[in-house]
Write a protein that binds this ligand. Sequence first.
Ligand code: ZN
Ligand code: ZN
Length: 412
Amino acid sequence: MQQTISAEEVKTVQTEHFLCPNCGGNLRYDIKRQLYCCESCGSPDEIIPLHEGIREYPLDGYHSREAQNVAFEGASCVFCQNCGAQILFGQYDTATVCPMCGSTQVDVKKQESGIPPEGIVPFRLDQKEAQEKFHAWIKKRWFAPNSLKKTYQEGRLTGLYIPFWTYDAKADGWFTGRGGRTRTYRDKDGHTHTTTDWYPVRGSVGQFFNDLQVCASEKSNSKYLNDVLPYDTVNDIKPYSPQYISGFQAEKYAWRGDACFRLAERMIKDALEAQARDSILAMGYDQAQVLEVQFSCSNVTYKHVLLPLWSAVFSHKGKLYQYLINGETGKVSGGRPYSAPKIVAAVLAAIAVLAGLYFLIESTGAYAAEYHPPAAQSQAQQVDLAEPGSPAEEILSRVSLSPLWDETKADV
Ligand SMILES: [Zn+2]
Ligand SMILES: [Zn+2]
């Protein structure tokens, strides 16, 4: 049975108590100290992992594990009606707003079976440091309204663990392609020509891949989420314990580990193609073209990991925007509003400069200076459009300003 939590009803859902043996206070993971300790007296407590070490499991046996357990033992779960994310939270926390989309349409839900996290990269940046990273980021944004730069602090930062699968695999295969040799020659008239002669080539490729990361979030296609990757899942990972998510939230994976391996295979194919290109060049050719790569994977193993993300929703003139900060590296991405007066000012300044140039050229020419604003205006527009990567092009490419994440509209 589902029960709806209203926004006003900020009620603590108590599922399990992790209490301080010293004073009875709540225990939480302290990012600054990188310790699990008491909120009240600060005394540290031991983190007890679900099991020792971090294991990787054969992908062949994926199916049987998927049905075995509840993924987040001792955590509560809510389901977002707006974006479909399943959010898990610790023993004395609650989620009334979906951290993925800002919607308050969240329902308490009974957890389904799933694969428990094997490892976790704990937060390195605390909330204050994450906020500073965002401040530095928004300061550098052109056309962001000044009011936003001043009021960004209003955004509520939520510490969120995002589900990922990592894969190890041995990949072996072969490729066919063409190697090109460029030569120059002189024709009978003495003109110099350059031409490339192509030769068919083939060879073998093979690599071992360690920890290919595939995001299993409901929002795995989000541009913003992809912009804050990667994480160091090789060196910075700890055996999972529910104690790490105490005081934070975690998303249950929306995409299964066997399905996500298809995306890892795409990464493997790209890497093998690059390897094939390198080996054609190593044969002594100046240019390389890879026509086909065939490969198969063996010894494929996977594990489920949780990776830290700071997420916030802020509103500006009635619209909601979201930004994300990598909780390990501090990389920032997000949607932000544009200031219409600033864009207009920039366009007018560009027109003024071009009109000025036009006037200068005309007046120094043989004909009498005559001001032609329409011509200057169309010229200004052409220049703005033609320059790739210019702020004007960026604005023009956005037919509508995207609110939350990519296209998703929040229901708040
Ligand atoms: Zn205490
Ligand atoms: Zn949502």
